[in-house]
Ligand binder design. Structure first.
Ligand code: PRP
Length: 181
């Protein structure tokens, strides 16, 4: 394990097995349809890359980058779109792919925003769910793992842009992010 980690909560093997099962479930549900996977940068990149290779239904992907306006407006749920989709999604079967749902504010906003563009269907696929932190409701159709309120990194999730490339999910040692000193 990386020296900044306290413990590994999801191993590479556990992640691989779950992602494979999610890909199979999605492939069954979307039989005969083409999926447009919308990855939310940057965190979802690693999960999306693994997931799409486990989907046997026809699939395309596109990306969005969003950012909250800052601490004071965070709770309002307003997010700023830094990079929008390359193409329209009218009539498409859209699957939003996220690494983690925490407060739910980002996804709550994105779902409403994408719904207004007239997709044929819109579902959410999230690798991790931290329901104890929820402030806004989010309907997660495909959920990889539900985790407690711990500071986790790896598999796309960062602290200060680091650790995204770890192939497992670990809890970060508190002294690394400035607590417990
Ligand atoms: C993370 C994650 C979600 C969002 C979830 O992104 O990828 O987009 O936060 O949090 P919420 O449920 O409280 O809204 P982050 O802003 O850290 O950007 P990143 O993906 O580039 O790391």
């Amino acid at each position: 394990m990386h020296p900044d980690g306290e413990k590994i909560v999801l191993t590479e093997e556990e992640i691989g097995k779950r992602v494979r099962a999610m890909g199979e479930e999605i492939s069954r549900d979307y039989q005969g349809k083409e999926i447009l996977c919308v990855g939310i940068l940057k965190g979802a990149m690693v999960f999306l890359a693994d997931l799409v290779r486990r989907i046997t239904a026809p699939a395309q992907f596109d990306f969005m980058a969003v950012s909250s306006y800052g601490a004071s407006t965070r709770t309002s749920g307003v997010v700023r779109i830094l990079k929008d989709l390359d193409r329209g999604i009218e009539g498409r079967h859209v699957l939003i792919v996220e690494d983690i749902v925490d407060t739910g504010l980002t996804l709550n906003y994105l779902v409403e925003n994408l719904k207004s563009r007239g997709p044929a269907s819109l579902n959410v696929c999230a690798f991790l769910d931290k329901p104890s932190r929820r402030l806004a409701p989010v309907d997660i159709h495909y959920n990889g793992f539900t985790i407690p309120d711990e500071f986790v990194v790896g598999y796309g999730l960062d602290y200060n842009e680091s650790y995204r490339n770890l192939p497992y999910i670990m809890v970060l040692r508190p002294e690394v992010y400035g607590k417990g000193k």
